[in-house]
Design a protein around this ligand. Structure first.
Ligand SMILES: CCCCCCCCCCCCCCCC(=O)SCCNC(=O)CCNC(=O)[C@H](O)C(C)(C)COP(=O)(O)OP(=O)(O)OC[C@H]1O[C@@H](n2cnc3c(N)ncnc32)[C@H](O)[C@@H]1OP(=O)(O)O
Length: 176
């Protein structure tokens, strides 16, 4: 796969990077209780979110953070679990991607919402430094609602990181 000469930073709609990734849950995905292991679900969440971020940035990305994840319902072996990912918000070099997890009994067609997670990815250049990402075009009311909610989460994350940095600096000065 050859890298393009110059990446386009033209604005892109949310729909251009949307990911729908169905996965069949196999016996090797089970935890000791016989349901799907939470770590397996998290790995697929990060994969679907990562593909979505790569599609938006058209560059390598790393996962900078995963917000709280609530497992609302168990997933069972033999079910099809679909991971749906979309970019909610972009910063200068980072993107918040929301991933919704839906379980489906493939025989009955019954589906349920098993959980959602929000992840932040950072686009990297060839030297593995953060690089700019294209602006996001919000097309639908749902895009605009998710963007507003993501902006509030980004602000909370930045505040939290500032608090952690201040407390580390204080700790260092107390021990020096
Ligand atoms: C078509 C498709 C084909 C696809 C075909 C391939 C298929 C298959 C794909 C599989 C896809 C799997 C995707 C998994 C990807 C990993 O598993 S990556 C492994 C786990 N992650 C890591 O190792 C990351 C380690 N951390 C780092 O490298 C650095 O901390 C980072 C994240 C690059 C940030 O570096 P930094 O020097 O702190 O950067 P800084 O300039 O301060 O901040 C840059 C941006 O990051 C944000 N940021 C930094 N830290 C954080 C944080 N903790 N939380 C939130 N935001 C943060 C800043 O707010 C800033 O945002 P902007 O204001 O620019 O928007």
């Amino acid at each position: 796969m050859s890298a393009p000469e110059k990446r386009s930073l033209d604005p892109k709609p949310v729909s251009a990077s949307h990911v729908v990734m169905p996965q069949r849950m196999l016996p090797s995905d089970a935890n000791p209780a016989g349901n799907v292991h939470g770590g397996v679900i998290l790995k697929y969440i990060d994969t679907a979110g990562g593909i979505c971020a790569i599609r938006h940035a058209r560059s390598a990305v790393v996962t900078a953070s995963i917000d709280r994840m609530d497992f609302l319902k168990p997933a069972y072996i033999g079910e099809v679990v679909t991971f749906m990912a979309s970019v909610n918000l972009v910063g200068a070099t980072s993107m918040e991607v929301g991933v919704r997890v839906e379980c489906e009994n493939p025989i009955t067609g019954e589906t349920r919402h098993a959980g959602s997670a929000y992840l932040t990815y950072v686009a990297l250049d060839a030297e593995r430094r953060p690089q700019a990402v294209p602006p996001l075009i919000l097309e639908s009311d749902a895009d605009r609602r998710r963007n507003r909610e993501a902006a509030a989460r980004r602000e909370a994350r930045l505040q939290e990181r500032r608090r952690e940095r201040d407390s580390q600096l204080q700790h260092q000065s107390e021990n020096s």
